[in-house]
Design a binder for this molecule. Sequence first.
Ligand code: FPP
Length: 253
Amino acid sequence: MSAASASDVTSVVSGQQPGLSHVAIIMDGNGRWAKSRGLPRAAGHERGVEALRRTVEAAGELGIRYLTVFSFSTENWRRPAAEVNALFGLLKAYVQRDLARLTQEGVRIRIIGLRDGLPDDVAALVEKAERETAANSKFFLTIAFNYGGREEIARAARGVAEAVASGRLKPDDVNEKSFAGFLDTGSMPDPDLLIRTSGEYRLSNFLLWQCAYSELVFMDVLWPDFDRACLEEALAKFHERERRFGTVSPGAA
Ligand code: FPP
């Protein structure tokens, strides 16, 4: 959110998006955006951060309370080291540049995924961002970094097993609700809407448990070109959908 913006997240109008509090985004297409301009892939990621800034601002203005974005997957380690390092650098730069403003605007920042394997300076900055925004609750920005849905579920299962083994949890009390509490997303609501850009139709191991009933919207736009109009288009598609959660439409019986 720019300093000049009168409509920062503090102006969220509740109920502006009925039935929609959490949007998750697979920010795809940075590499293709860069390649089509003869630029290195890292340049696409840099522009991707600008798109993320625009999206956080627009989401707040449009009455969304939770935004979760996929920044680096457990599979992205297979990319060239220079690109991996560029992504670490961008996460650091984003937190360093935006933390004070986001804190002031009431944004709670959380980073989900595996902390093991992150360089010490990145891990320290991530912890600082979480600590300094822990009391905020106007808008929840969650960045999935070194994240994989299956890894998260396996880690949660390990947490459940340990809790049962130590007697803190009874086997009979292991259910969907208690299990979800062991996931990185904890008590956050599940995403109502999952957006993937760049014309790919995959979940790519993102929020596998949490997206069980999310509406999926796939868009052709490459992530660095994503803007408020794209978000509004995705929200409009969401509002056209009828969410039945396994039941039938009213009057269909
Ligand atoms: C997918 O595009 C995108 C990523 C793997 C990284 C997403 C990262 C950002 C948007 C910027 C980083 C933001 C923070 C806060 C660290 P791709 O590279 O797979 O694109 P391609 O499919 O066109 O090659």
